[in-house]
Write a protein that binds this ligand. Structure first.
Ligand code: E4P
Length: 220
């Protein structure tokens, strides 16, 4: 059985994302209101960002619904979903978020439930039929919990249901590897973490040796 693995850029830094997309290194882009703020953007910029990242080849583009009631959140989520076929609507794992998720799934949207911190939330998201759940590894560990073990258990819970884990709050390449080892398929991380996952000093030295051999072979 083959297993698809994917990296996503967890960022709203358009320059860094353009480079990752142009180089074919990420499947798409994930954002939330905090990430937009960090990139000096706001929810007003979402249509422009969607158009940009779609043109740059992102296959999935995640924006998060907001609102202080399920009704408001559903309205915002519907506007996000209407941006285009590559949108995945994120909703927080709250009471209103689950109501929004169920409404969106019924309407045929692709949905991710984010900030999943409990096994029962992971299970509930799968019963609603969302495509992805996003547990936060770094923040679980920050809270003194066993992040990898807990996310591994979530992965087992939703396995085969049509819901997959798209892990977030990944701060090092080793975070990604630890979760891949327990079967998590999808990962979103800041561009710097994605780039760090490509790097080994030894590989760079080997590449220099290869180049030197090519150069010697072309002398005289
Ligand atoms: C994703 O939606 C989260 O905002 C992000 O992964 C959090 O990462 P952090 O815990 O390193 O801030």
């Amino acid at each position: 059985m083959t297993r698809e693995l994917r990296f996503y850029a967890d960022s709203a830094n358009v320059e860094e994302i353009s480079a990752l997309l142009a180089d074919g290194l990420v499947h798409g882009v994930t954002t939330n209101p905090t990430i937009l703020e960090r990139g000096r953007r706001s929810v007003r910029d979402i249509p422009e960002l969607y158009a940009r990242w779609e043109a740059e080849g992102a296959r999935e583009i995640f924006f998060q619904a907001w609102g202080d009631s399920a009704k408001t959140m559903i309205g915002n989520a519907e506007r996000l979903a209407a941006l285009g076929s590559r949108v995945v609507v994120k909703v927080p794992a709250t009471r209103d978020g689950f109501t929004t998720a169920a409404a969106l799934v019924s309407a045929g949207a692709t949905v991710l439930v984010t900030a999943v911190y409990a096994q029962a939330q992971a299970l509930a998201a799968a019963t609603v039929g969302v495509r992805y759940i996003a547990p936060y590894l770094g923040r679980l560990n920050d809270a003194g919990r066993e992040g990898v073990a807990e996310i591994s258990a979530m992965q087992s819970l939703v396995q085969g249901s049509g819901t997959d884990v798209l892990a977030a709050s990944l701060r090092t390449p080793d975070d990604i590897v630890s979760l891949a080892e327990v079967g998590v398929p999808f990962f979103t991380a800041a561009p710097a973490v994605i780039l760090a996952a490509l790097y080994s000093e030894v590989s760079d030295r080997s590449a220099e040796d290869f180049e030197a051999a090519v150069a010697r072979g072309l002398q005289d």
